[in-house]
Design a protein around this ligand. Sequence first.
Ligand SMILES: [Zn+2]
Ligand SMILES: [Zn+2]
Length: 364
Amino acid sequence: MNDSLDHESTNECPNIKDRVRQAYSEAGVKTWQAIGRTQTSKNHETCSIARCVANDIAHTDERPWHTQADCTCECDGPESGELLSLIEQGCLPVVGFDDQDIVLDAWTPNIPIIAISHALSDGLCNRRENKLPKCQLRSLRDCTTAAISRLGYPEGSPFRVWIDVLCIPAREVQPSGTSEVAVQAMQMVANAAAAVLVVDSDVSRLPKDCSYEQAIFSILYSSWNSRLWTLYEAIRAKRLLFQFANGVLDLDDIESKRGDVVNGPSNHSALSLPFRELHSRLCNGPTNLADIWPSVYASLRGRRTNFLKDACVIFRMLFGTSSGQAYPEIVNTPDALSDEQMMAFCQQLIQQFQSQDHNTNPTI
Ligand SMILES: [Zn+2]
Ligand SMILES: [Zn+2]
């Protein structure tokens, strides 16, 4: 075995591999390995079977990455003061692309927004200022232009982009958790965005004509799908799009590949994205949370968030509870959620719902 193979095998995440095995047995592990596995650019040295910590903030370099390792282009983006001023006026700050320049704007309802959903560990982040390298801005311009075209807007139609690193003032990204200003922005953009575009380091390497299995395994076990905030963004999205190496696909495009698996020799015909099931169940009108528990459980498996209090905020936003006050022993624990804590927390959430009048339905 040569050095690079040896390094790759030691960097195989035991938690991701175990989750693949539990969901899709040894055949799934073989498929996952055959597609080159996922999150291979992340460091899994301290991951265990119980948890993958590769995307936690302590393991994340919060300086922005360039699209190529040897690129040294300069950064560009809005001034934090201008962002704050828009927010103080009650506006949702968004950005547009004017040829080579990035332009800050206040959203107006006649202009569609593409909201970018991503894991911080994929390098579209900047703790110090609301700026990204120009190579990344060009990449965002190209994939959001493809996204607006996929939505059916004519070529050249105006649109705006929302991404946290450019649209939430850097000082609001606090080391102790997501600030009130940031949470309000997440809620506003969830209501306003025409579509959510997922930008992930694994999925964006795949060609658009990849197989259903390749697409689903890459999404399921991606960095993007390992975070709790992105579940909120996926569930609330009016349309969910994914950046691939040579363009943009939406979930229906990916779903249309499914026939190849059902009719083919693969034993992964049950392969699916749990958050999609949860999305449709929540959109199908009022229900009690106990009924959707299998979807909730499946959607939460393998997800983490850096701050426990964020989990309460996200559950409240998704399921309409005021659970933030209900679980002080969890809220006050200054550590990231382990998978076990996440499950225990959800069990408590469900019990709270079950003990209430079932008219208290989840709202979305
Ligand atoms: Zn890991
Ligand atoms: Zn660059």
